[in-house]
Ligand binder design. Sequence first.
Ligand SMILES: Cc1cc2nc3c(=O)[nH]c(=O)nc-3n(C[C@H](O)[C@H](O)[C@H](O)COP(=O)(O)OP(=O)(O)OC[C@H]3O[C@@H](n4cnc5c(N)ncnc54)[C@H](O)[C@@H]3O)c2cc1C
Length: 494
Amino acid sequence: MATRNPRPSSAADVVVVGAGAAGLYAALCAARERASVLLVSATPLAQTASYWAQGGLAAALAEDDSFELHLKDTERAGRELVRRSAAEILVREAPDCVRDLEALGVRFDADRFGQLALGLEGGHSVRRVVHAGGSATGRRVVRQLSALAVEEPRITVLEGTRARALWMHAGRCRGLICEDGRILAARAIVLSTGGAAALWGHTTNPPGSVGGGLLLAHAAGAQLADLELLQFHPTAVTGVPGREGFLVTEAIRGEGATLHDASGERFVEELAPRDEVSQAIQISLEASGARSVGLDMRAIDPAHFPNVVASLREAGLDPARELIPVAPAAHYMMGGIVVDLHARSSLPGLYAVGESSCTGLHGANRLASNSLSECFVFARRAISSALSEPAPGEPSAAAAELRELSCEPAIPAAEPSTRAALWRDAGILRTGEGLSRLLDDPHPLARLIARSALARTESRGAHRRRDFPERDPRLDHRHVLVGAGESISWQTWS
Ligand SMILES: Cc1cc2nc3c(=O)[nH]c(=O)nc-3n(C[C@H](O)[C@H](O)[C@H](O)COP(=O)(O)OP(=O)(O)OC[C@H]3O[C@@H](n4cnc5c(N)ncnc54)[C@H](O)[C@@H]3O)c2cc1C
């Protein structure tokens, strides 16, 4: 099918696709370098995962913290799969990104001495999570960055515009084709389209997090990796109408909230890394037949987490008096578009940052609050490299060329049947039989996830197979790569 109504439109230095934390910051970094930016976003701000982020961003800023400690915690959580070079960059550069965000006007919470107040979350050996408005970090950050982006004359915001395909020419990504037919040409395209956890039936994510950017990149020939590695958050509200999947931040467990099984007993170390806590909850639910475990936050000061407490109260739950019913839900895609340490994908001119990318730094289990930090650290790196790409082509030439090119829509809708199938067959505890069923799913990303999960014949981090319950040391530091079509191969990253 030829592209319908290709419309020659604009050229800019950079096209950024997605206006969550990663995309907004990338756009602002580019504008600071006097570059012109087209910022494309399908959904309104309040529907980005970034806006929903609660806990905060991890950075080794405390006196009792260090580069070595943050790196060690990241690697320990990641289960022998963390790409060390990427994790080192994150840990080294996150503190500077926090300072830059402050300079951009983001007001993080301070303690009574005026120092940054740091939260504690699972897997962290010290307090290192910078937050804003208690547990309203994402909202505060996104609001500030988007206000700056809207006011910045070098940034043109195209809200309500959905990417449909990448414009490839002579092996290089030269632009973006939007669903309305507009063609945006640039030196570099930066995909910051978020994760894919909303493809699962139970999720903490907004409905748009269905891996659209991954499919665009894959359709253009870029490599994807680690798609079997999907983190399940242990404490999403369940069984409460209107609040299904609402996340109760781990920072609340950091302040002492506890988890209780059907008989009221504690059954897991609440601040263990997320893979351990989610799997322990799942096993407890299967043993008791219950739908949820209880989160006891009665001893927590509601003033520290005002938006969480308000949301629970609106749903008729009183966290000061009763246990909150929670269960794991799909939360964060560790896999994504393979990028190098400057966020460059395997296709020249195409970059990916934030949750749509796979830097490898999260390994098989992301350390809590490392993802927002990753958005900022790698968005900045992407821009410093993107601006030295060759000047963009003429969009009018692109329009003529695209009339001849095939351009099937690359992003199908996530049907309820696919979401149910992924939850059932690629959930917290998986089997080869269930994963094989997914190979017939109509959704291309569901099939790629299944192929990747079938290839990893072991249990590691967030990927747990009943038929391969042990970690296979031969697969340490080995990543499952998805190439052209549905081809699978293995790669070691340093
Ligand atoms: C409830 C919740 C709480 C969280 N809490 C934390 C936390 O405390 N700390 C932490 O580090 N991480 C947290 N995370 C994870 C973190 O928020 C995300 O990993 C991060 O915000 C992702 O940012 P992003 O910019 O990559 O993508 P997003 O914020 O998801 O933004 C994606 C953007 O891409 C756009 N888009 C998507 N597809 C298309 C398309 N085809 N065309 C055009 N635009 C498109 C969307 O409209 C959107 O603007 C949390 C996640 C959730 C869901």
